[in-house]
Unconditional design. Structure first.
Ligand code: NAP
Length: 434
């Protein structure tokens, strides 16, 4: 049995995918009994140097040739408009599709997967989350017998690199970002990564599989790491915590919290030890308990490995006469609600004058909102705050679990206390991610 594969977009991931399909064609044929023949590769620019030489006879600048000549179309262009058009066109022509496009899937996944279902074709998107880590397949197949309780992911290598450098070397956010750019770990415009959007796209996809319905991307709470100060990374470290940009999707009282934000986790936890550009995902199921996936979340070859795993999965199902695909829709009949009033522990930092009574006035407000204090840390260091007379010190309060709405209201009141200078800092603390 032969499956004809065509690739559109021969950039970072496309080049790796072409190389893998050509180099390991025989190995894959022996393992699967299916011959995956690369028939066409489309890109708009063939002048550019690539890590791997794509044979002339496979090249085209016209993506339509890929559509007509392949059984399976691999979209590796990225972006939204063209990629969506291409994928829908392929589906309408009865072609199976593989894509790594997390942005498109998070925002338009429902339309694409519904169309594919209507047309009886499959859409693979393993590479859209976690690069080379086979997490989508694990969730979809390996853990299919479980009710998923929670997913905690370090899903963005750029931000994990920046936070690792801030934690290990005490660098400021700006310095760590500059370093990440110099090493090629951050784009010239890093907003998609540092503002949390990339991780949010990925957790939207995972949450859909975990909790049985499509979650509109707009329902995901997103906060990036741009505002993170090295002072908080250091104070958290003193309290035994490591700061990570954590993507969380978890069941709380029959509702789902889906959120991405800087999060303190215990430094002893496995996720806290994931450093540099690596990704890791912890999934908790009712029967399996906790499982952890770790690996390279981006890059040409790791991502190509995931793309090819989809190509093979889809191709083998074509060869076997279309095994039905497991999609997220309707497992829970679309009833699971997204909960905005998170229930979490909090790290709160206030800038205050070093004098008696300050802690009492802050804790009174917290008590008024049912927020109980778990620990307090006041440093003798003096912060320089422009326009303020006298020494100002950081006062950190760790709370027990509290409702986010209560915490936000309390902070508004505390901000107006005469003893508090500037805006308080709030960082959520996650205890279960271990
Ligand atoms: N890079 C990673 O590590 C990684 C990891 C996981 C997932 N992904 C996802 O994989 C996808 C591809 O990412 P990438 O990093 O490989 O991007 P990339 O390097 O920018 O590659 C995209 C390629 O598509 C070409 N292209 C643009 N418009 C086209 C068109 N109309 N027809 C044919 N080719 C066209 C681009 O050419 P020009 O450069 O000339 O515009 C470029 O060569 C994205 O969805 C991304 O989110 C990437």
């Amino acid at each position: 049995m032969k499956v004809r594969v065509g690739v559109v977009g021969c950039g970072v991931v496309g080049t790796g995918t072409v190389e893998l399909l050509l180099r390991n064609r025989e190995l894959i044929r022996k393992r699967t009994g299916v011959d995956f023949e690369l028939v066409k590769v489309a890109d708009i620019d063939w002048e550019r140097e690539r890590e791997f030489h794509v044979p002339e006879e496979l090249r085209t600048t016209n993506y339509k040739e890929v559509l007509t000549e392949s059984d399976l179309v691999v979209e590796l262009v990225g972006g939204r408009d063209f990629a969506k058009r291409l994928i829908l066109e392929a589906i309408d022509m009865g072609k199976h599709v593989v894509t790594a496009n997390k942005h498109l899937l998070a925002v338009e996944g429902e339309e694409i997967l519904m169309r594919a279902r209507e047309k009886g074709v499959r859409v693979g998107f393993e590479a859209s989350v976690g690069g080379g880590i086979p997490v989508v397949r694990s969730l979809r197949e390996g853990l299919v017998g479980n009710r998923i309780r929670a997913i905690y992911g370090i899903l963005n290598g750029t931000t994990n690199y920046i936070l690792t450098r801030m934690f290990e070397e005490g660098l400021s956010f700006e310095k760590a970002l500059k370093e990440a750019k110099e090493k090629g770990y951050a784009e010239a415009d890093p907003s998609l990564d540092v503002d949390g959007w990339d991780a949010a796209h990925k957790i939207t996809i995972l949450a859909s599989f975990a909790f049985g319905r499509y979650f509109p991307f707009s329902e995901v709470y997103v906060e990036g790491i741009r505002g993170v100060e090295s002072l908080d990374v250091d104070l958290g470290k003193e309290l035994g915590y490591t700061l990570k940009l954590l993507a969380i999707a978890k069941m709380v009282d029959s509702e789902v919290e889906i959120r991405v934000h800087p999060t303190f986790i215990h430094s002893e936890e496995a996720l806290a030890k994931v450093s540099g550009v690596y990704n890791a995902i912890m999934i908790e199921g009712d029967f399996v308990g906790k499982t952890m996936f770790y690996g390279q979340g981006a890059g040409s070859r790791p991502t190509a490995s995931a793309v090819v795993s989809d190509i093979v999965g889809v191709g083998v199902s074509i060869a076997c006469g279309h095994a039905p695909e497991i999609t997220p829709v309707n497992w829970e009949e679309g009833t699971v609600k997204v909960r905005k009033n998170f229930y979490s522990r909090y790290y709160l930092r206030f800038s205050v004058p070093d004098r008696p009574g300050v802690l009492a006035s802050i804790s009174r407000v917290l008590a008024d909102f049912n927020i109980s204090i778990a620990a307090v840390l006041q440093k003798e260091m003096v912060c320089e705050i422009a326009g303020v007379k006298g020494p100002i010190v950081p006062l950190v309060i760790l709370t027990h679990k509290a409702y986010e709405e209560d915490v936000q209201k309390a902070l508004k009141e505390i901000e107006n206390l005469p003893v508090v200078v500037g805006k308080p800092v709030l960082i959520r603390v996650e205890e279960e991610a271990e």
